[in-house]
Design a protein around this ligand. Structure first.
Ligand SMILES: NC(=O)c1ccc[n+]([C@@H]2O[C@H](COP(=O)([O-])OP(=O)(O)OC[C@H]3O[C@@H](n4cnc5c(N)ncnc54)[C@H](O)[C@@H]3O)[C@@H](O)[C@H]2O)c1
Ligand SMILES: O=C(O)CC[C@@H](O)C(=O)O
Length: 526
């Protein structure tokens, strides 16, 4: 039975799903050294933001197949290190969207009305109504930095509260921004004009200290800034100075450069700053959502199924997965087959996506083809995660083409591998939406389902050749399950595809090519 380690507090709903397929250990608060010591026993690791999954931990996790982050940000996981090791990293991209957006809105209103300090004052026994005079957000301008899932929801609610909306997001279209009611502007203008600025971007090298002394200097002295995205997007030292010197009105932070927040000038500021301990996702609803979402993906991967929100498998989102799932096995089978036909070292693989597969969304089929191609060399060590890197490291050039006009089947896949021993091609499609059929080998039309053991011959189409091959196989005690000839013209070149019940005995291929008319023979195990 598989073993899963849960190293941060996760809702029980997630644990219940994991226990359907694995034995689950919940060990929270582990020190990195303790985690390194035990991680080698586990097939999966489930975390929130508390565990830092470093390269060292990943390397010690020799059995790890999947790391599940119950939340959005995977910046606490060394994703490149996991990818190199073929470990799937999954997250829950939407489970806590509403929770994080509502936290940002709560921060904005709390800042405006000094709610935390007013509350603390009443609890101290005071009744001070002068100190806590606030400001309305109605008709004020909100600048949203990052108009993705959380930013859009914040904008939608803020609009309903009567706020004017500016947004900065270089990766979204003006039309999309307008749909949400935002005017798309550059960061400078947003910093200068907004009364409230809220950050909803990932932390990347480009966004680290995006908000610094220089950008803070552009804000109105009455403006406030909110960060419920990631610590480090704001330069905390510069922010503390800007608030202390009254150059901006205030800030609300849920996330910090280093968590938990240690010694910091931010702590000494008064009612102009609100600090919460990374609570954006901390609602009962969000914790159930992310726990279920990620636990289901861990369960699926442990059962050998693809994950719907893998961050290191290109393009395998839930919508894409639904359509492509049946074709993934086809792509792997064809990759494995063409690799064996090509033999030797493959130098290039041309993947042609045909018919309804000729869309950008079919890119995962290229990865699946590579996984199949590399299977003979790497066996279980190759997967959807590392197939592209492994191919690149082996110098395999991958060419992806599309042909929407190919209409023999709803969708079909054509693979051509060129290697040190020559070029071979295979085409396949699905019959009845799920049964894999080979429809072409080396340009000769056939129609056979692949089987575990197969023999392909390239021969001259002439009387008696099938009989001779049958007798030869019989003399080696090889039982033929099915046989089909593909040819373009009568008595021209042809391909024979045979499904056989057992692996071919050693030495038989040299005998097969001695049969008059047979030029080449290839044995394949799928
Ligand atoms: N505080 C919490 O507990 C909490 C909870 C959930 C998410 N988050 C964080 O909130 C942030 C947003 O999450 P999301 O789900 O909305 O992500 P998302 O991917 O849906 O949206 C991010 C947006 O940022 C934009 N973006 C990327 N780089 C940018 C840049 N340099 N400048 C401007 N825009 C840029 C993208 O185009 C995208 O539209 C993430 O950092 C996530 O980790 C925090
Ligand atoms: O696990 C948490 O509570 C934080 C999650 C949040 O930061 C996220 O990126 O999803």
């Amino acid at each position: 039975m598989s073993k899963v380690l849960v190293s941060d507090p996760i809702d029980q709903a997630g644990i219940d799903i994991l226990t359907q397929v694995a034995s689950v250990d919940v060990k929270t608060g582990l020190k990195p050294a303790d985690l390194i010591e035990i991680i080698g026993e586990y097939d999966a690791l489930m975390i929130r933001s508390g565990t830092r999954v470093t390269q060292e931990i990943i390397e010690a996790g020799t059995q790890l197949k999947i790391i599940g982050r119950a939340g959005v940000g995977v910046d606490n996981v060394d994703v490149p290190a996991a990818t190199r090791r073929g470990i799937v990293v999954v997250n829950s991209p939407e489970g806590n969207t509403i929770a994080a957006a509502e936290h940002a809105l709560a921060m904005m209103l709390s800042l405006s009305r000094h709610i935390p300090d007013a509350n603390a004052s009443v609890k101290r026994g005071e009744w001070d109504r002068k100190t806590f005079v606030g400001a309305e957000v109605y008709k004020k301008t909100l600048g949203v930095v990052g108009l993705g899932k959380i930013g859009s929801h914040v904008a939608t609610v803020a609009r309903a509260m009567g706020m004017k909306l500016l947004a900065y997001d270089p990766f979204i279209s003006t039309e999309r921004a307008e749909q949400i009611g935002c005017q798309l502007v550059d960061l400078d203008l947003l910093m200068q004009q907004a009364d409230y600025i809220t950050l909803h971007i990932p932390k990347t090298p480009e966004t680290t200290h995006l908000i610094n002394a220089k950008t803070l200097a552009k804000m109105k002295p009455t403006a406030r800034i909110i960060n419920c995205a990631r610590g480090g997007i704001i330069d905390e030292a510069a922010l503390a100075v800007a608030i202390k010197e009254g150059r901006i009105q205030g800030a609300a932070l849920d996330v910090f450069e280093s968590e938990p927040l240690g010694e910091s000038d931010l702590r000494s500021l008064g009612k102009e700053i609100i600090l919460t301990p990374h609570l954006g996702a901390s609602t009962t609803e969000a914790q159930v959502n992310v726990a279920i979402d990620v636990a289901e993906q861990i369960r699926d991967v442990l059962l050998g199924l693809p994950a719907r929100s893998a961050v290191n498998i290109p393009g395998l989102g839930p919508d894409v997965l639904e359509t492509l799932k049946p074709y993934m096995q086809l792509a792997e089978t064809l990759g494995n087959l063409v690799g064996q036909l090509a033999g030797g070292r493959v130098e290039s693989l041309n993947v042609r996506l045909q018919g309804e597969l000729a869309t950008n969304k079919s890119q995962p089929l290229v990865v699946a083809s590579l996984k199949g191609l590399l299977y003979q060399a790497l066996r279980e060590r190759v997967n959807y995660v590392n197939a592209t890197i492994e191919a690149k490291e082996r110098g395999i050039r991958v060419i992806e083409t599309r042909d929407a006009s190919a209409r023999d089947y709803a969708g079909s896949l054509h693979l051509e591998a060129t290697g040190t021993l020559g070029t071979h091609s295979v085409t396949g499609a699905l019959l009845g939406d799920k049964e894999i059929h080979l429809t072409d080998v080396d340009g000769f039309p056939i129609n056979v389902p692949p089987s575990k053991y197969m023999l392909f011959t390239l021969h001259r189409d002439m009387p008696g050749i099938i009989g001779k091959l049958g007798s030869l196989l019989g003399s080696f005690n090889v039982n033929i399950a099915s046989m089909q000839v593909g040819r373009k013209i009568v008595r021209g070149d042809a391909v024979m595809a045979l499904s056989i019940d057992d692996p071919l005995p050693d030495g038989i291929l040299t005998e097969i090519v001695k049969v008059p008319g047979i030029r080449d023979a290839y044995t394949v195990t799928l």
